[in-house]
Design a protein around this ligand. Structure first.
Ligand SMILES: *Cc1c(COP(=O)(O)O)cnc(C)c1O
Length: 373
């Protein structure tokens, strides 16, 4: 294979990120940038920051901070930089990513409690209300919007309502949902929302971002439990120096993200992207069910981003073989992550359209060798 061939994707990534990006997003990485020049900071980074805030809310009072690393680095930067020693967090969990926030809190010595809903359960407003009423020490609530472990879309508005009434600070990991489903963080009373470049905005991996209620972030100087992951300091540097990052920024990734944001606009914005993802996911479920696959979750709990299917019960089935078969036919799927159910996952985000899903269903049909052996 020549170097040039590598600019084409040999298969579609049906994964929750990194995901398949457009060729134009990949091409945007073809030149080099200086990290202190205005061409980069003022024109690209600052535009991205204000665009992210506009995507998150139509109301004033929010600011965006970009942070090097994968999405987890931004989660860790947020938890480590905004919760003072006197803080206590309620983590609402139903999968690996909620659990990861708990691990971060443990690692950083942040006081916390956990409402564990199991991997296929959802929190109810009443459960959260009861815990907050009986545990007055809790002053922060954190949850994942779409739990990528299963693809479950958590009841954000219901929980947000309770959190708002309680006066707690609300932190949301919207890593796999932001930009792919419409919501307004000010209306929901979200104080900190965390996401990353390589999910629904359809950029490439390398940094995450936090959209923060500015009058709270302003009060977070000196809280950080890490130097490199100090959200406040990173924000201050960007604010004071027109988009400058404290340490080397992932310039090519950032330039690709800028292109990805323009392509989100060209698609018609979040509302239209959401519609495409919904079309993809509905077609996926319909096609897979027609081939006798069963979804792990009830349909009404599904996000349009990623879907878990039970593995076939045939003794001839192996995920590794199924995976290789589909890969040869041009599709990369994702292993399951649920601990007590044998599953695999298929993502429906990225540069993926209903026609691709239709081809996938055809490929799955052709891969069902285990049924005919
Ligand atoms: C992708 C993702 C993350 C971050 O994972 P990284 O591997 O660090 O990028 C966090 N939370 C959720 C819900 C995710 O989907």
């Amino acid at each position: 294979m020549s170097i040039l061939d590598e600019s084409e994707n040999p298969y579609l990534l049906l994964t929750p990120g990194p995901l398949s990006t457009s060729r134009t997003v990949r091409q945007a990485m073809m030149r080099d940038w200086c990290t202190w020049d205005d061409d980069y900071n003022r024109d690209i980074v600052e535009t991205i920051r204000s665009r992210l805030v506009e995507l998150a809310t139509s109301q004033p009072g929010y600011t965006a901070v970009l942070m090097q690393g994968s999405g987890t680095a931004s989660v860790e930067a947020t938890l480590g930089s905004i919760i003072p020693d006197s803080g206590c967090v309620l983590f609402i969990t139903n999968g690996v990513y909620g659990q990861r926030m708990v691990e971060i809190a443990r690692c950083l010595g942040i006081r916390h409690q956990v409402l564990d809903c199991g991997e296929t359960g959802q929190p109810t407003a009443q459960q959260v209300r009861d815990i907050l009423a009986s545990e007055p020490a809790i002053n922060h609530v954190a949850m994942v919007h779409c739990e990528t472990t299963t693809g479950m879309l958590n009841p954000l508005a219901e929980v947000a309502d309770v959190v708002k009434q309680s006066g707690c600070l609300f932190i949301v990991d919207a890593m796999s949902s932001f930009g792919g489903i419409p919501f307004d963080i000010a209306e929901l009373g979200i104080d900190y929302l965390i996401s990353s470049a390589n999910k629904c905005i359809q950029g490439v991996p390398g940094f995450g971002f936090v959209i923060a209620r500015q009058n709270h972030l302003e009060k977070c100087k000196g809280i950080a439990r890490s130097l490199a992951l100090d959200l406040y300091d990173q924000w201050q540097c960007m604010e004071k120096n027109h988009g400058k990052w404290r340490f080397t920024s992932p310039t090519h990734t950032v330039r690709a993200f800028y292109q990805a944001l323009q392509e989100l606009d060209a698609e018609g914005g979040v509302e239209h992207r959401y519609q495409r993802y919904c079309d993809n996911q509905k077609l996926l479920v319909k096609g897979m069910e027609s081939l006798d696959f069963c979804c792990l979750l009830p349909h009404e709990q599904h996000s349009p981003f990623i879907t878990s299917f039970y593995s076939p019960v045939s003794p001839d089935y192996s995920f590794a073989e199924f995976y290789q078969h589909l890969k040869k036919l041009g599709f990369v799927i994702y292993p399951g992550k649920v601990s007590d159910a044998d599953c695999f996952r298929i993502g429906t985000i990225g540069e993926v359209y209903p026609r691709d899903i239709a081809r996938l269903i055809e490929a799955v049909h052709n891969s069902m060798y285990w049924e005919h052996k």
